[in-house]
Design a protein around this ligand. Structure first.
Ligand code: NAD
Ligand code: ZN
Length: 366
């Protein structure tokens, strides 16, 4: 199945399905201008999939090279960006060399950013290997790195020439990473697709357990949603901000945990979506039952839905992190709220005392 991201002369396809990795050569060939390919991956993905990708590319007549980065969020920083650019220049990357990002969101964001600034921009292809990357980060052209001031604060819009989402690669992904990516899948249902949310209630558990058809359907539906939103608003002047549902809250939680393994991005997003729905209900904008329905679903699949646990969360500090988020404009925080499941909208007038009350309730484990 192929989903198209419609962006005029930068339009590109997302190929989705099991087994596509072995067809990478034939699928990528049409976007190559030379025969040199540089694959960037990480040290956990490389032993699993690098050789198969190189074999497929070579069989199609390309000349694959590779560079392997350390796995993990810490790789999305200035020192690793410099090391990657250096590796690219040492292998004599030229304008006609195609860069291929093989990995999760970390490899995709770092490689895409490097491709955007190398020689003022070279072509790149995304081969996402995590659920999160297949449904979210590989599509839409946001690339970048973290700095000590926060996540994703340095980056560029640089669209890939093609995305190849082989859903069978998810078979080796640890369950906790599958769940984290699943939070972003749920996000599309809440933003504007109530039927998809209902489908997830029925099929989410099977998807997480490894059901191939459920995975294919969820990745395709998510990519269609993201492609539609990105085509309507590539640079996030409007509707694209809906994709930040749960993220202002989630980033604040991630910041408090130091972006460590204590809380994965998707886990923060899961809790953040609950916060968004509960805040909407507190403001009288949505039924309380919808927040409860989301909590029930997250609980049933094993994602966190609240702040229960050993950590003591400091409400003032959480609000401080939200203020530091790059979505703040003219001092006002923009929130993604929801009128219902499937009814996301942007709001710039959330009273701070309501926000503080909600966070205090949740920090108390309620
Ligand atoms: P990740 O890239 O760190 O991958 C998670 C772990 O899984 C890593 O250890 C990786 O080596 C391993 N792994 C990857 N594929 C595997 C496979 N098939 N089998 C076994 N192990 C595998 O994390 P992620 O969740 O994919 O991405 C998170 C990043 O994505 C964050 O930095 C976030 O900011 C970014 N992001 C970007 C966008 C965007 O629009 N650009 C959107 C959402 C998230
Ligand atoms: Zn996210």
């Amino acid at each position: 199945e192929t989903v198209t991201v419609d962006l005029g002369d930068r339009t590109y396809p997302i190929h989705i399905g099991p087994g596509l990795l072995d067809r990478a050569g034939e699928l990528i060939l049409p976007v190559m201008s030379g025969n040199r390919v540089l694959i960037v991956t990480d040290d956990q993905v490389a032993p699993l999939y690098l050789e198969r990708l190189e074999r497929s590319l070579a069989a199609a007549g390309a000349m694959p090279m590779h560079t392997v980065m350390p796995a993990g969020e810490k790789t999305k920083d200035f020192p690793h960006l410099e090391a990657l650019l250096d590796a690219m220049l040492s292998t004599r990357v030229e304008r006609g060399t195609l860069i291929v990002a093989l990995g999760g969101g970390v490899v995709g964001d770092l490689t895409g950013f490097a491709a955007s600034i190398l020689l003022r921009g070279v072509d790149f292809v995304q081969i996402p290997t995590t659920l999160l990357a297949q449904v979210d980060s590989s599509v839409g052209g946001k690339t970048g790195i973290n700095t000590r001031h926060g996540k994703n604060l340095v980056g560029a819009f640089h669209q890939p020439r093609l995305v190849l989402a082989d859903t069978a690669l998810l078979d080796t992904l640890p369950r906790r990473q599958v769940l984290a990516g699943y939070a972003e899948v749920v996000k599309y249902g809440i933003i504007d697709d109530p039927d998809f949310f209902t489908w997830l209630e029925a099929n989410g558990a099977a998807l997480i357990a490894g059901d191939a058809e459920a995975r294919r359907h969820a990745v395709a539906t998510s990519c269609r949603a993201k492609a539609r939103i990105v085509a309507a608003d590539e640079r996030e002047g409007g509707v694209r901000a809906l994709l930040n549902l749960g993220h202002t809250f989630g980033h604040a939680l991630e910041a408090e945990t130091g972006f460590s393994d204590e809380l994965l991005h998707g886990e923060g997003v899961a809790i953040g979506m609950v916060m968004a729905l509960r805040l909407s209900a507190m403001l009288g904008l949505s039924p309380q039952a919808d927040a409860e329905r989301l909590v029930r679903h997250l609980d049933s699949v094993g994602l966190p839905s609240g702040l229960a646990g050993p950590r003591l969360w400091d409400v003032a500090r959480l609000i401080g992190h939200m203020r530091g988020d790059k979505k703040v404009k003219d001092g006002a925080m923009t929130f993604v709220l929801a009128r219902s499941i499937g009814g996301g909208f942007l709001s710039r007038d959330v009273p701070e005392d309501t926000l503080a009350t909600l966070l205090a309730e949740m920090a108390a484990g309620r």
